[in-house]
Design a protein around this ligand. Structure first.
Ligand code: MG
Length: 299
């Protein structure tokens, strides 16, 4: 079985032809939000419909990390290594402290409840950027069906100043987001009003030193499927979810190759001792593959 499809010859140097795409965990319903903890040698990811966060340890296996998880979706780590999580059920973004206690990062904007925070990234200045589409409150599958109070928006929280700002307001369904290695660019996916409807694409913004954003043109329209979640490698290539696996987009936005995955992929993250392993959450399972690339993984 082929694990890779090269569209541009450069992609063949990004992968190892004999490195398998491995199913490392299964038995979930909709996996999402992978995040690597090198210090704990484990991968955390969400199993959203089953209201739990799972933990996978190499050579040990799978266990439940947190249940209930408040229907957690996307995760990342902040500059101190703490887990930052998007929660559909409680319609908030939280941080898990070193002692295990939970701090609320954001749950409202201008007096109204957030929709269902979906994905999150932390910039080197400590600001926390997250998308807030309405997917998690549309049905009772991945949270609690409830009223939408705010438009679908990307927010920036500055924990040091205690502020929350609506930074991107012209998305139908903002979803995955990530910075380029030097943080001069911010990539944000739009997956539509109904997931996968409308134009689905990744947009790219130029970031000024003060955090303001410019541009916002279409970087790449994923086909087939949608860019639910993605991460970048240290050379600025974008590794994005798609319906047939993971698509690798070069910094110009061209599709140069694919990792073929037998289930619908939702999100990815880099991990392993050299940040050279790509973990892919895909419907009931999580897959991994060793790449000849290094991910932008902070801390
Ligand atoms: Mg997502």
């Amino acid at each position: 079985m082929a694990f890779f499809e090269a569209i541009d010859p450069t992609f063949t140097s990004f992968v190892m032809g004999n490195a398998p795409v491995k199913q490392i965990a299964s038995g979930c319903d909709w996996t999402e939000g992978p995040v690597w903890f090198g210090d704990a040698n484990c991968l955390l990811f969400s199993d959203i419909p089953n209201n739990r966060i799972m933990r996978w340890i190499p050579d040990v296996g799978l266990s439940v990390f947190r249940q209930p998880s408040n229907y957690a979706n996307g995760h990342t780590r902040d500059r101190e290594g703490r887990l930052v999580s998007c929660e559909h059920g409680t319609r908030r973004v939280t941080r898990t402290e070193a002692d295990g206690s939970i701090t609320i990062i954001a749950d409202s904007y201008e007096g109204k409840r957030l929709n269902s925070p979906n994905d999150v990234v932390v910039k080197s200045d400590g600001t926390i950027w997250f998308s807030d589409p309405h997917y998690g409150i549309m049905t009772n599958y991945e949270g609690f069906k409830s009223e939408q109070e705010l438009p679908c928006t990307v927010y920036r929280v500055d924990p040091a100043r205690g502020t929350i700002e609506a930074v991107l307001t012209d998305f139908n369904g903002p979803n995955g987001l990530a910075f380029s290695p030097d943080e001069s660019r911010l990539y944000v996916a739009d997956t539509g009003r109904m997931f996968g409807s409308d134009p689905t694409h990744i947009r790219v913004f130029d970031c000024a030193e003060d955090g303001s954003l410019f541009g916002g043109g279409v970087f790449h329209a994923i086909d087939p499927g949608a860019a639910d979640g993605f991460r970048l490698d240290t050379d600025g290539n974008v590794w994005s979810s798609a319906a047939d696996g993971v698509h690798c987009l070069n910094p110009s936005g061209a599709l140069i190759g694919k990792i073929l995955v037998p289930e619908l992929v939702s999100n990815v993250c880099f991990g392993g001792r050299a940040k050279h392993v790509l973990f892919m959450t895909a419907t009931t399972s999580v897959y991994s593959v060793v790449l000849n690339r290094e991910g932008v993984q902070r801390p």
